[in-house]
Design a protein around this ligand. Structure first.
Ligand SMILES: Nc1ncnc2c1ncn2[C@@H]1O[C@H](COP(=O)(O)OP(=O)(O)OP(=O)(O)O)[C@@H](O)[C@H]1O
Length: 411
């Protein structure tokens, strides 16, 4: 059974290789149609042969020849994307026209032109394409002509009334099957398109949600061109570097090094998330995050300080476990920031301003295994954390800045 199915699918896709997906679909529908019409022709050839082979010798030969001509259509797809359509349409108009002429309107054969016109709508979407319009109009014309003028059968092929009636019923049944196939295919196409659209949409939403806070990603989803930039007066920024990580690359394999960094940063992510911080980015062995944006946070400095202390413990744990000489080197500063989204291609949420610059400077200026905070951050935390004064230090571009080491929380 599977073998037969595979053969059938292969046959239906014949001549469609190499075309764009929408053209392939159209050509596959044509292959389905010609297979259906050829099978029907052979069925009728056998039907007439059983009924009276001598009288219907010519129509029987005609039907077999036409079935063979229809089956040639896939070979023409290779010549050009409309060759198969034109060839198939020409064969069908001649074939169907002659059959109506031979067996008359009462046989119901002309209803196949109605089905063909509906097929043209499905195949071409009735675009302004000449083949599409010609296919639809010519078939509708033949149908109305046969229906209005009630064409009589050729004398030699006039069938007894009950036979003619059987043929009519059979044709209507076949037409129903034909329409069922067409509609099922149309439904299948729209379902496939809908599913892939939903998948794409979910994927890009997930990407956007991973790249920026939900508040921002929702704003971008509703208006992708919106400029997102906002000043937040009470924020705290942390730059956390894994000092000594550059030597890990010398002692461990690239895979081991990247795996270790990923595990550490995953822990950082978890800690930051648990304290409501917004992760901004990682750059090499530096993890940057903050609090107080995009939504205000009353305890922004406290939460960042807690995160810094937990990060220090995490790095210590990994250093022991993996036997590497790494430690946390951190800079924290509180003040106003501007947060927003840069770019429309690969957009990302970022923060800027002097507060960010100073936090970065505090990190680069820190010694390994030290969390340096500015005086403004310390003032927000005095009663809950312990500090050690480092003193006034000159930082590049900032002049003399009072710096403190964050030691621990006061329990
Ligand atoms: N949004 C941000 N993301 C990452 N780093 C940042 C961000 N904003 C500022 N920085 C970093 O803060 C540091 C200080 O910035 P500042 O503007 O004071 O000086 P700069 O002249 O840009 O610094 P540098 O001379 O180190 O390039 C810089 O190293 C910069 O990379």
């Amino acid at each position: 059974m599977d073998w037969l199915k595979l053969r059938l699918f292969r046959w239906l896709e014949l001549g469609t290789e190499g075309y764009a997906i929408h053209t392939r679909r159209r050509l596959i529908v044509i292959n389905v149609l010609i297979t259906f019409v050829s099978a029907l022709s052979i069925f009728y050839a056998i039907f007439f042969a059983i009924y009276d082979i001598n009288t219907f010798k010519l129509p029987i030969i005609f039907m077999i020849v036409m079935a063979a001509l229809f089956l040639r259509t896939p070979m023409l797809h290779n010549q050009g994307r409309y060759y198969g359509d034109l060839y198939n349409l020409t064969v069908w108009l001649i074939y169907g026209g002659i059959l109506v002429h031979l067996f008359g309107s009462n046989s119901g054969i002309h209803y196949f032109f109605l089905g063909g016109a509906a097929g043209a709508i499905l195949i071409f979407n009735l675009s302004r394409n000449g083949v599409s319009v010609f296919s639809f109009l010519s078939q509708m014309l033949i149908f109305f002509y046969a229906e209005v003028y009630r064409i009589a059968p050729r004398d030699a092929y006039a069938l007894p009334q009950n036979f003619e009636y059987t043929m009519f019923i059979l044709n209507i049944l076949f037409l129903l099957v034909f329409h069922y196939c067409l509609i099922s295919y149309a439904v299948y196409l729209s379902k496939t398109a809908e599913t892939s659209l939903t998948k794409e949409c979910e994927y890009s939403n997930r990407l956007l949600e991973n790249m920026m806070p939900p508040l921002i990603s929702n704003a971008l989803k509703s208006d992708p061109c919106k400029t997102i930039a906002k000043r937040h007066n009470d924020a705290t920024i942390i730059f956390a570097k894994i000092a000594g990580f550059e030597h890990v690359y010398d002692t461990k394999t690239p895979k081991e090094s990247v795996e270790l960094l990923t595990r550490i940063f995953s822990e950082f992510d978890r800690i930051a998330q648990a304290h409501g911080l917004e992760k901004i980015k990682t750059d090499g062995a530096i993890f940057m995050a903050g609090a107080g944006f995009p939504l205000p946070m009353k305890e922004h400095a406290k939460n960042v300080a807690l995160v810094a202390l937990e990060m220090r413990d995490v790095v210590e744990k990994f250093a022991t476990e993996s036997d590497v000489d790494i430690s946390l080197q951190c800079g924290v500063h509180s003040g106003p920031v501007v947060a927003g989204v840069i770019g429309t291609h690969k957009p990302f949420y970022d923060v800027w301003g002097d507060t960010v610059n100073l936090a970065a400077r505090l990190e680069t200026n820190a010694k390994p295994n030290h969390i340096q905070v500015s005086d403004s951050t310390r003032q927000l935390l005095t009663d809950r954390f312990s500090f050690q004064k480092r003193g006034r230090v000159t930082l590049k571009g900032k002049g003399k800045v009072e710096i403190w080491y964050l030691i621990d929380r006061i329990t």
